[in-house]
Structures are given as structure tokens and as C-alpha cells.
Design a protein. Sequence first.
Length: 213
Amino acid sequence: MHYQLAATNYKLHESLSALDESQNIIFTLALALESKDAYLHGHSKRVTDYAVELGRFLNLSEIDQVNIYRAAILHDIGKIGVPDAILNKPSALVSEEWSIMKSHPERGEAICSKLNFAREILSIIRHHHERYDGKGYPDGLSGEDIPFIARLISIADTVDAITSSRPYRLAGTFEQVLEELQKSAGTQFDPVLVATFISLYNSKKLTNRAYVS
């Protein structure tokens, strides 16, 4: 009995150590990306906050919420492989540059495929830019063929994109977020998740950058 207890405690300690290492890897990779572009600073953290809050509002399982957290932190990690001249370009990208930018989900999947803890989130990273109508990238998936968490992170990503300043425009408001989500429900976004986010907004009284209780 004593031996079994000791073995169980050892396995638990190993699991916790592995988790700590995984978290360190996540944040190191995310910080490395955000150091390439001042306008990306804090983006992964904000997308994670929105995505996790939406997952909690949906009462998703603990496993799903962990996967949301990890995938949201790492969703843009493939941009590490995008040249700074493209990543930081203040004007519209030309066709060739846009093709390189659009490769970041596949690059991200490839980078994270080397991490044991990331196996369950590879498809989320790859497909977070798919559209509900099938006109997204990289694989043109549509509807429920797009992983559920990827559809959720797509909404969180858009929320932060609209409410963040860029070289060519000022930050938008949450009213603009809601307008864009409603306009694109069923085309770019999962309409059920759009309705859920709006319900969350109304229940939590969202303001720019934060959820307010």
C-alpha cells in the first residue's frame, strides 16, 4: 500500500512538472511572437481572455477550457515565420505578401506539432481562420467541419482585432464588434456562437479590453 501511494504521488508530481513546463513553453513562444510586432503586443493574452470567458459562459468541460486557453495563446504562433517586413507593413499587403501571411496557421501547426502537450490543439491552430461559409483558409472548411474551438477562437480573435489600434486605423468599439459579428453571422462566423457572444456581452456588460462583472 505504501509503495502504491508513493508511486501515485510520483506520477502526480511528474504530471504537475510537465504542466509547468508546458505553460512555460506556451508563454515563451507567445512572447517571442509579440516581440516581433508592437501592434501584436498583448494580442494573444486578450484573445485568450475573450475565448476563455466565452468557454466558461458555455459551461464547457475543463478539458475544453484548457484547450481553449492553450490554442488561444498559440493561435498566431506561425507568424514567427512571417518576415518582419510583411508583419509590420503599414499599408495593404500585395498578393504575394498576403499568401505568405495566410500561411501562418499551417506554420503554427507545424511548430506546435513538436510539443507533446499541443497534440489536441493542432487542428484548432490550423483552422482558426476558416470561415463558416467555407471561404476561409487554409483548407476551406465550412460549418461544423471546422473544429468547434477554432470557431470560438475566431470570434475572440475578431473582437480583439476590431478593438485594437493598428498603424492604419484607431481602435474600434464593442458596438462595432457586435455590428460586425451580427453582419457576418452564418458567413464568416458560427451564428450560434455569435448569438452566445452577444448574450455574454449583455450579461457581463463588456467594455473595451475587459469583461466587467
